[in-house]
Design a protein. Sequence first.
Length: 135
Amino acid sequence: MTIPQLSIFIENRSGTLIKVLEVLKQANIQIIASTIADTAEYGIYRIICSEPTRACEELKNAGIAVAISDVFAIELDDQPGRAADAVKMFSEAGISITYMYSFLLRSKGILIFRTDDNAHAAQVIQQNNLKSMTP
């Protein structure tokens, strides 16, 4: 029910992001979704991609610090308030969301998030008939 996400650690300086993107381009790996969280010194570039294991290997071979983690990706109707409804389900179940990002894909909202309790989150998804996305 979870999907793999790459977390790529990059310095906040010119040229570091393009290096990551060029490695993925040369490997013919498609980025499906991405987000960058930054501090003054570095950023964490999180991506969902077509071949996460191979992408991780290619990035490591290029000297780029990367890790794979499991996240949830659920489909929501493209209507105002659906993300709030979904997050409320997890909150009411006592599950904390450590980070989240979203996008639209084929008229569906996609909510990607990491929790502090994957097993419990999976139960909430199943109990509420939420549809999980697969890359």
